[in-house]
Design a protein. Structure first.
Ligand SMILES: [Zn+2]
Length: 296
């Protein structure tokens, strides 16, 4: 079984009407984005590529055809594979053909982008501390168990403005920028702001959104300068919990997604602390408590 045996065109077409844009990669198609419902040609997909995929130029949703069906139907990976007729055994044994991992090269966002992003993050940080947004603050302190000191130290903020588009020029970009409502998580590394991630309110189609122009990396990577054990988790909030509760014992990092942080620079950064201590991987803090006696 191969990706080419899946009728990806039909899968993508289930949720939006596609028109052919170019002949690139066996056919590049566009339509209204089924995630953010914006535009008529900002959602792109390539059903005939070696690994069929999609990308929305407005809301940044992207992935392969498995991810697409998972998101659209709220399915687990296993259920999505079932739906597409992919044999999980073949998949796990590597017999299922797919494009191999390709390292992505990160670039520091432009000065214009960083200036705008820093202003936005600062404004949202101030808002979070205002009494009228005490509910947003309560979410972080009560549900995420973060102290006000942690929230302040790591610059978390809240954007109460409803989802909207901003002209790209304001951010030094050609594409317009989709700015959703939600918690703002700034990713800093070596004095630069690399990424602004927004945790959207419950009920949004995608839980997290990277502002256009953000680059991936590892969250809290500045901590890599410290010696000692490292704990890698997926979510930024989990990493902050570890920093808050066990920062003196262990250095937390977050990938910000299941395939985040796979850039050569960050992988080589990770090899640095390996000389001092170990690296633990965890999907959530709950599983960390089982594998890491230091934290429990
Ligand atoms: Zn979209």
């Amino acid at each position: 079984m191969q990706f080419t045996q899946i009728d990806s065109f039909n899968i993508f077409s289930r949720y939006t009407r596609l028109t052919r844009k170019t002949r690139r990669d066996g056919g590049e198609f566009c339509g209204m984005c089924p995630f953010c419902q914006q535009g008529t040609d900002r959602f792109l997909c390539w059903p005939y590529r070696e690994r069929p995929g999609y990308l929305c130029r407005v809301c940044n949703q992207s992935g392969d055809v498995i991810h697409y069906i998972m998101e659209m139907e709220s399915l687990s990976f296993r259920a999505a594979c079932d739906e597409l007729g992919i044999d999980l055994d073949e998949w796990q044994n590597g017999k299922f053909s797919h494009a191999s991992y390709k390292p992505r090269t990160p670039t520091i966002p432009s000065e214009t982008w960083q200036k705008r992003a820093i202003e936005f993050a600062k404004r949202c940080k101030d808002i979070l501390w205002q009494p009228e947004y005490s509910q947003a603050m309560a979410y972080l302190t009560e549900q995420r168990c973060l102290t006000s000191e942690t929230i302040d130290r790591f610059g978390l903020g809240y954007n109460p403005q409803p989802d909207h588009m901003e002209p790209g020029a304001l951010w030094g970009l050609e594409e317009s920028v989709f700015v959703p409502q939600g918690f703002v998580i700034p990713w800093q590394f070596e004095g630069n702001l690399w990424r602004l991630k927004i945790r959207r309110p419950k009920g949004s189609r995608s839980k997290y959104h990277d502002l256009e122009g953000s680059f991936e990396g590892l969250y809290l990577a500045d901590g890599l300068n410290k010696a000692g054990d490292i704990l890698i988790v997926e979510s930024e909030f989990d990493a902050l919990c570890v920093a808050q509760e066990a920062g003196a014992l262990i250095t937390p990092l977050a990938t910000g997604g299941t395939d985040g942080g796979q850039t050569p620079d960050y992988i080589s950064l990770l090899s640095r602390p390996l000389r001092f201590g170990g690296v633990l991987l965890a999907r959530s803090v709950a599983s960390v408590l089982q594998v890491c006696p230091l934290v429990s």
